[in-house]
Design a protein around this ligand. Structure first.
Ligand code: 13P
Ligand code: SF4
Length: 350
């Protein structure tokens, strides 16, 4: 557990972290990327942290990999690479810096460590979990194998290293359907997201897809009624849903895809209004790049992703703390499942 009082006292001694409008003005190039969603006085509170983190990163030969659900000050202020789960895993294989600071949730940091056993991987808050990753253990995988003998296990990357090690191959929201379609077996076990599995089953009707009953606490909250009501009020709005949403929600949407798929779709289509049926930071992060698009409708916050803050990133870099460690035997087995996914994804994209 982080000791917030001690952390703040130490940081205040080591860095000038007082809010500064002057500094915010000097850093207008960074603020310009989030101008639409963050007034300058708010940015003035973040600017000293952004300056300190970017200096420390260079000093300590560190790189920041950040998920699309990070807040704008992280996404635009300090991240070296941003992306969805697949892109972050692929980028992790290319990192040259000795230290990776993973701004996302714990399974993402574990994936980076699995792919880079000799590097130091830090996560600014060890409590940044995931309801899907917490829903299944290796014993759950064994249970599914016993129930469906001979069926391969495709585990979402939103799982622990132990679960990945017990699986045949991983998938992300951007390649799940293609991976299931590419496997030779007729029955496929998908864990742990029941809704992703049900959405994939619709896309790959010639396969029998069976699933574990996990769900994402952010996406399971949406209902088809929400989307229908919204469409009735704002008919011109393009509705875009993440495949972790229940299938009856996805059925109401104009498009469904991974977080980067969603960004690509809105960027390509430039609708006059868009409702992103996913985590709240998504719309905030792309609002300035897409000034012609009005982002409307409700969004849900991921409490795990929101545990990552500039203050904790600075602390992690300052102390080298919150290092992610994966048992080497588990790591070797988990790497096989992750690398199979990356390899198959590459082949599918060719
Ligand atoms: P993607 O970014 O791979 O679409 O995943 C979304 C998510 O919920 C990550 O936790
Ligand atoms: Fe997990 Fe859902 Fe949060 Fe993603 S948004 S980290 S799947 S709880």
């Amino acid at each position: 557990m982080l000791d917030f009082a001690a952390m703040r006292a130490t940081l205040a001694e080591a860095y000038d972290l007082a809010p500064s409008l002057t500094l915010a003005e000097e850093m207008r190039d960074i603020h310009a990327r989030m101008d639409r969603v963050m007034p300058l006085p708010d940015f003035a509170r973040h600017a000293p942290y952004i300056r300190a983190i970017n200096r420390l990163k260079a000093e300590k030969n560190a790189v920041i990999l950040a998920h699309n659900y990070m807040t704008p000050e992280i996404y635009h202020g300090v991240a070296d690479v941003v992306g969805d789960s697949l892109q972050l895993a692929v980028e992790a294989t290319k990192v040259e810096a000795q230290t990776i600071v993973q701004c996302g949730v714990h399974f993402m940091a574990e994936t980076s460590k699995i792919l880079n056993p000799s590097k130091t991987v830090l996560i600014p808050d060890m409590q940044a979990g995931c309801s899907l990753a917490e829903s299944i253990t290796a014993a759950g995988i064994a249970e599914m194998r016993a129930k469906y003998p001979g069926a391969p296990v495709v585990s979402y990357v939103n799982t622990t290293a132990e679960v990945k090690a017990a699986s045949d191959i991983c998938c992300t929201s951007s390649n799940a359907a293609q991976i299931v379609a590419a496997l030779p077996e007729d029955t496929i076990i998908m864990t742990p997201d029941q809704y992703l599995a049900q959405n994939v089953a619709k896309q790959v009707p010639h396969k029998r897809v069976v699933w574990w009953a996990g769900s994402c606490i952010v996406h399971e909250q949406y209902t088809p009624q929400d989307l229908r009501e919204f469409r009735a009020l704002h008919p011109e709005t393009r509705i875009i849903a993440h495949p972790e949403c229940p299938p009856d929600v996805v059925a109401e949407a104009d498009y469904s895809g991974s977080t980067s798929g969603i960004i690509d779709y809105v960027t390509r289509e430039q609708p006059s209004a868009a409702m992103l049926v996913t985590e709240c930071s998504m719309a905030s992060n792309i609002a300035d790049a897409l000034p012609a698009v009005e982002f409307v409708g409700p969004c849900n916050m991921c409490p795990y992703m929101k545990k990552i803050t500039l203050e904790k990133i600075l602390w992690s870099l300052h102390t080298g703390g919150q290092e992610v460690v994966v048992d080497p035997v588990i790591s070797t087995k988990a790497r096989v499942a992750v690398e199979r996914m990356i390899e198959l994804s590459r082949k599918i994209a060719q």
